[in-house]
Design a binder for this molecule. Structure first.
Ligand code: MSP
Length: 539
């Protein structure tokens, strides 16, 4: 885990900006789709940290249920051994590699989770929210979800029905189960959605949930009795808790529910649950109803991202492109990877990955527009001023336009990324500004002005280069949440630490204030930010 101690929130009770990812099933290694949600959450939380807010970012793994149990069996190990191996060898290392700065990593097999889960369901049982009944119906182990016959596709034979997500046969379950009185919560949920129109985003997701809840909700089977890889029900140990009811509670157990009231008060309710659109109902219907039943406050927002697609289907274990996240990072670098998916796919809609599109954006936006700008400015300050940033002599209209452009980029990006989770829109605004600075240099032609050795010419040259360097100073702050290593390199090359302190200590609020980079800063031509790409590896 790339968690950093300074982000710890314990000790005061002011609310923190708390963002969660889904906890991922560890039946397999992480793929591009999982990384997509996790990077988005990382950028969102880094953005809020850059605002100077207290932040808490949670991710983790979902380790119970039939899917994991069967995978472990098929590999000849116990479920716990399987989970331990995958978490340590695949999941945590990938998040560290992608520079995910999560503050905690919860595993649902940890005692800190299972003990609290048992208390939570016991409480619901004691309140009469859970009763015993019988379930018979279709179940998809891939989704770990009870299905309605109307949701299924026809299979190869008359009796066979397929899950519409996995395109694999569902299983018929006939068990004695415990049920949660979900049906009682329909009207309360609708009331809550109406009073909190921003609760489910985007609008398409909200509408889908509203239509679903407007039909009669059925009670939810919350236990399984035909296998034992799960949290036992405290009042009837022949049953294990349905994996989703166990999993959803990670958001409170990690936040200190039942163990650390002070921390829980600071963190709960969560600010944003990030989810894929496939698991929206669990988060926007079942989870809020469970919380209502327990008398706990509801999360502020549930934001659904679209799917990364392959050949028109949701990218999943069974239809992977064969491309692992690390195949892309070894070619394009980690920062370009973090940037690309958020820039290329409007958050909330489905999108496809292609080498061609990634290569095109890398080359034009990152290497040419941004990387070249940084190296040209550093090279000119080196060549004409011995690497010492000159003071701006005469800030004219052209310079004011750049200063205004920076302020607009800061305000737009802050609203779009920090509030709306419109990462593509926020990044577009930042790169619009980078283009504007390139245009300014093209117009001002500092390389020509440099030939004018008069005091006036030199003053003009100083103004142009100061303006460009100061524009890069603001850009480094804005890009730090998205591309932390690159932003750090740029910050170093601008010699900004000496006058302004660490990049991490800069705030979004002051990023648009013009003239922060002090004259006299030591500008150095650091390494190329986005080197020319090697040939695409043979697939
Ligand atoms: N374990 C449950 C979640 C429990 S949360 C209390 C689960 N796990 S999962 O590993 O199957 O997938 C979780 C999430 O991974 C999805 O909701 C989504 O956020 C992300 N993605 C998985 N495949 C994806 C794509 N192809 N595209 C985009 N995101 C995808 O469901």
């Amino acid at each position: 885990m790339a968690a950093t101690a300074e982000h710890s929130t314990t000790g005061t009770s002011a609310p923190a900006y708390y963002v969660s990812t889904p906890i991922y099933y560890v039946n397999d290694r992480p793929h591009l789709g999982h990384a997509y949600t996790t990077v988005a959450g990382d950028v969102l939380t880094r953005w809020h940290r850059q605002r100077g807010e207290k932040v808490w970012y949670l991710t983790g793994t979902d380790e119970h249920g039939q899917k994991i149990m069967r995978t472990a069996e098929a590999n000849g190990v116990s479920p716990q051994e399987w989970c331990d191996k995958l978490v340590e060898e695949a999941w945590k290392p990938l998040w560290a590699h992608l520079e995910i700065a999560n503050d905690d990593f919860i595993r649902t097999t940890e005692e800190r989770h299972t003990a609290r889960v048992q208390e939570f369901v016991q409480d619901l049982y004691d309140k009469g929210e859970i009763y015993k009944g019988g379930y018979s119906g279709p179940y998809c182990v891939g989704c770990e979800e009870f299905k309605l016959p109307s949701e299924l596709l026809d299979g190869a034979t008359e009796d066979e029905k397929l899950c519409s997500v996995h395109k694999r046969p569902v299983e018929w379950l006939e068990e004695e189960n415990y049920f949660f009185r979900l049906s009682a919560y329909g009207p309360k949920l609708l009331e809550f959605y109406a009073a909190n129109p921003g609760f489910i985003q985007p609008a398409s997701a909200r509408n889908e949930v509203l239509r679903f809840v407007e039909q009669d909700l059925k009670d939810l089977s919350i236990s399984r009795s035909t296998f034992n890889w799960g949290v036992p029900l405290p009042w009837d140990e022949k049953h294990v808790l349905y994996v989703w009811v166990d999993a959803l509670q990670n958001y409170i157990t990690a936040a200190g529910y039942g163990s650390d009231p002070e921390r829980f008060a600071e963190l709960w309710p969560a600010s944003v649950h990030l989810v894929g659109k496939d698991i929206l109902r669990f988060h926007a219907v079942i989870w809020p109803a469970m919380l209502m039943a327990a008398g706990l406050p509801l999360p502020k927002r549930v934001v659904a991202n679209g799917w990364l697609m392959v050949g028109g289907e949701k990218m999943s274990k069974s239809n992977l492109t064969g491309i692992a996240p690390t195949d892309l990072t070894s070619h394009f670098g980690v920062d370009a990877y973090r940037y690309y998916f958020l820039r290329a796919i409007p958050f909330g809609t489905d999108g496809s990955f292609s080498w061609e599109d990634f290569t095109a954006r890398y080359t034009s936006e990152l290497a040419n527009d941004f990387g070249n700008l940084a190296s040209r400015v550093a090279a000119m300050v080196g060549k004409y001023f011995g690497g010492e940033l000159p003071a701006s002599a005469a800030h004219g209209d052209a310079e004011q336009a750049i200063a205004d452009g920076l302020r607009t980029a800061v305000e737009t990006a802050d609203q779009k990324i920090g509030e709306e989770l419109d990462f593509a829109g926020g990044l577009a605004a930042i790169f619009e500004f980078v283009k504007q600075v390139n245009g300014y240099l093209t117009e001002q032609e500092p390389w020509k002005v440099a030939k004018d050795e008069s005091a006036e010419g030199q003053a003009r040259l100083a103004t142009i280069l100061y303006t460009a360097a100061e524009a890069l100073r603001g850009t480094a702050v804005l890009l730090n949440p998205v591309m932390p290593s690159t932003a750090e390199k740029l910050w170093d090359s601008l010699g900004a630490t000496e006058g302004l302190g660490a990049l991490a200590a800069q705030t979004v609020a002051t990023a648009g204030d013009w003239g922060r980079l002090p004259a006299g800063a030591t500008v150095t031509k650091g390494e190329i930010l986005f080197p020319r790409l090697e040939e695409k590896p043979a697939s």
